[in-house]
Write a new protein. Sequence first.
Length: 621
Amino acid sequence: MNKKIIGLCAAVLASATVVAQQEQEKVKVQKLNEVVVSDSRFELKRENSGKTVIKITAEELERSQGKTVAEIINTKSGFSIAGSTSRQGTVLGVFARGGRGRQVLIIIDGVRVSDPSSVGQEYDLRLLTAASIESIEIIKGAASTLYGTNAATAVINITTKKAAKDAISGNFQASVGTNQTAANQNFDVNEFANSARVSGTLDKFTYKVGFSNRYSDGLSAIVTPENEKDDFSNYSTDVNLGYTFSDKFSVNVYGNQTKNSGEYDESFGMLDAPYSFTSDQKRAGLSSTYKYNKGSVVINGAYSEYSSENKSAFPSAYEGKNIVVDVYNKYNFNDTFYTVLGVNYINDETEYAEIQDFSIVDPYANVVYVSDFGLNLNLGARLNNHSEYGSNFVYNFNPSYVIKNTNGYVKLMGSYATSYITPSLNQLFGNFGANPDLDPEEDRTIEGGLEYAANDKLRISALYFNRKEENFVFYGATGYDNAENTIEAKGVEVELDYTPVNALNIGANYTFTEREGDAGIRLPKHKVNAFANYNFSDRTNASLNYTMVGNRSDSDFATFPATNVNLHAYTLLDLYISHTLINNKLTVFANASNLLNEEYTEILGFTTKGANVRLGLNLTL
């Protein structure tokens, strides 16, 4: 435990307490009876949803200033993101419900995002900037009927910040922090983050322009005696323009460019090396809604370009293009039947020996029934039509039953759903081991559980899941192939959210995961997250976050053939404190991570952070 860290946090906490004693008005925490959207595309009360949807609100994101999107999502049940607590720039391994990264679908403002030039066609979470995000909804489990390919273990639905209602408004964030290991607490300032956003509404026209950047240095990518420094930087620019033609019809157009660059080392043999990478994402899109009576027609579309280059002992460069169009009609029959009927189009393209592409056309339908006697049903089906392997049918059946009482409700939930993951362009046509005859990976997920909520103050849920993966794609002796064996992942997720008094909100979640059929590296069997958030006043807030990651295995590539090594469990404790002043326009904050300065291994051979401090401000004009 580092005395400087503890001393600084104690001083900030003491100051916050003094200020809090001078403030009389208490802030009420957000109620638990919230509205969820992602599992139906309609705004439904949580009690009418057959899923335990996780909602990361704007308030929670504000309490996480200085953290990356991967760090924030990593605290949620069912998720384990390897690399999220290592140095910035580490390649992230996203595991949800015992699955792999390409089984998690990322959606930004209604449009799926994925990099067709990457090996697994995944989306790089390092491209996301938390400062530009308004909220995040997470559905766990198979959701391909509503969202298509890759939505096998989870859907992360991100909504970016909207334009201000005033004619002009600005928001500016800046923070600096240390970037040090547990063994070398030098307290040098090696991390910087800034963002600026200007937006407004002029009659029927809205606009938003934003810029952000992150930079970190001071740590080596891998653990070596030399401990040289490998840096990482991220630059992102956003533009969004909207026009409301009438109460019924509105259109938004937007563009984004994000660049990542950094240095890394040789992971085979764990040696310092002067390697570097760059990646560039460019996106342009359109979102349009036409409302009529009890329904609406929505069009979401985007064109994206991705490029990446690695300078190493085996240099590589890739470019990919992606077109996504999703058109659907929503209709509400007297608040009883909620229907979605749509079609989704995807075209992915990249270049290997020659330009290769594939296209997907998926018609789909989803119906939600909300009865007046407690029964809710969520039913859906999708016909996947792929230019390479043909057609594939998926469906979901998700009933729930709500028993209401004077204090709240008890909800019983169940689900049976299928999903699919298309082979990537690299697996079908790439330079190494490509196989154009691959079939899609197919998943089956069964869920069952219950949720109890009382007085908008307490929510407890427990859920059992069982997943089976068929035809999963692996790299064998002759290249990519569909496996003949079945992968099975099963587990339990328990969540608690409790507000004993208006100013205090506490919560915890526990995930047990077991995977059979392959090695399942970097996947902990047990994981616990907990938090306590206290509003000392309407201006001063503090939150304490705890994480325990259980034992898991990792592959040691320094040996041939690679052997599995056990990684020990570890715990992390983070503290966040903020205070608002100058007519609620300026917020200053302090964030202390790994408060107890624990030494641990997240990915075998790679550097992890010790106790670190970040100080920052958020100004709204």
